[in-house]
Design a protein around this ligand. Structure first.
Ligand code: JCH
Length: 225
């Protein structure tokens, strides 16, 4: 999977070199390129923002710069993801959908966001017929300073679903329960007693039927709070 991210803060993406995401890149499962939006400015001050039409607080990102940055990335079969607090909320189901994509572009705005015509432009029929889709996505109902952290969250959640990324496919099979509305049960490891707290007896019993029943009960109980 090819992944592009466009941002005025490329340094935010340093964690992509670590752990699971770093390995997925080394193993050519994902190919990530980070693009500095300011490289596409043409004025002396490298400005990317301007005052909002209609007035109001804050600044809005200029559409021309985004067009210059995105045009060369818009190849057939691309999902353009515009991060915004007003977008459709990212969940495990959307992660699975996006894990099927061949090319993702994350447009990471700052200030009050990107001029609305950028999304409108690439959502036109002339792009749709080439397999270019535009999605406005939020990662949850809270306001971040920009799209970068939201893009990181999505890239990690999507990448771990790609074939060959997780060594152990059992964890993915068990996780599919999460998507079906089942919640996880509490986990324990050694030692058997830690600071006077004991591991539930049933987990030491070797009775796999009883263990499965207990875990199902615990998972259901977690959903109640
Ligand atoms: C973003 C902002 C609108 C502040 C600028 C670009 C995503 N789930 C989620 N929360 N926040 C974001 C997000 C994504 C992209 C951008 N900002 C800051 C945007 C505002 O209006 C109230 C305020 C935030």
């Amino acid at each position: 999977m090819k992944i592009d991210a466009v941002t005025i803060f490329p340094e935010y993406f340093a964690p992509l070199q670590l752990s699971l995401l770093g390995k997925a890149q080394e193993n050519d499962i994902i190919d990530i390129a980070i693009h500095n939006l300011r490289d596409y400015t043409e004025d002396n001050h490298h400005s990317v923002d301007d005052t909002p039409y209609g007035g109001g607080a804050g600044m809005v990102m200029k559409p021309e710069i985004w067009g210059q940055a995105l045009d060369p990335l818009m190849i057939p079969d691309t999902d353009l993801i515009i991060l915004t607090p007003a977008g459709k909320v990212f969940d495990q189901k959307m992660a699975h959908e996006l894990a099927q994509a061949s090319h993702l572009i994350f447009a990471c705005g700052r200030y009050e966001g990107i001029d609305a015509r950028v999304g409108q432009y690439y959502a036109q029929a002339s792009f749709a017929t080439q397999g270019i889709r535009v999605r406005e996505v939020s990662i949850g109902d809270y306001v971040l300073g920009g799209g970068e952290v939201a893009a990181l969250v999505m890239i990690e959640a999507i990448t771990r679903l790609l074939p060959g990324v997780l060594g152990n496919p059992e964890s993915l099979a068990e996780e599919s329960h999460v998507e079906e509305g089942f919640l996880e049960y509490p986990n324990y490891t050694k030692p058997k007693i830690w600071r006077d707290l004991e591991v539930p007896e049933v987990l030491l019993s070797g009775n796999h039927g009883a263990i499965a029943k207990w875990r199902a009960e615990q998972a259901a109980a977690r959903g109640e709070d």
